[in-house]
Design a protein around this ligand. Sequence first.
Ligand code: ADP
Length: 191
Amino acid sequence: MKYYILFGPPGAGKGTQATSLRENYHLCHLSTGELLRGEIAAGTPLGLEAKALIDAGNLVPDAVVEGMIESKFNTVKDVEGFLLDGFPRTTAQAEALEGMLQRRGEKVTGVISIMIPDAMIKDRIRHRATIEGRADDAKDEVIEKRIATYHAKTEPLIDFYKARGQYHEVDGTGTIPEVAARLAALMAKLS
Ligand code: ADP
């Protein structure tokens, strides 16, 4: 099985690019953000807990997302691999993922990082707010908090995966097809 990690700041275009990657490489796209929004929409206790944290621009507890991912690894069949989007987001989650994969005799195939500058993050999220209506995209202070959370907790993963020789970066600026072409070139090298 292939285990790709789609990495990048909020608004980098991970979800957008994930759709074509999933289809072209027969992957199961696992977005922790989408899974959490599903829990919120279904009104589960987990969703209620997550909503308050997400709407404030904070992360949900590591154990919550780790459990969601592992249960998908255990149940999803008939794919050639997984495309992890929004996970791992902390060093603790990256270590938990390593443990999960080791127990299965597997490892991360590659981290695919889509990079855009901070100034573009805000523009992209403001634009998405007009289309998707996500509560966490609506307020400037929440967007700022998410960018700060990304720099403090998620960005350290770049060095974590560089140290393992698993980190690969593409330029996330430009049009959707331009970024898709850069990703396709990188995937050709990884698979
Ligand atoms: P974006 O990439 O635009 O920030 P996501 O849909 O990936 O959006 O995530 C939305 C929110 O869900 C995050 O701001 C965070 O609160 C929560 N979340 C998603 N994935 C994780 C994770 N791996 N660990 C903790 N919280 C998460």
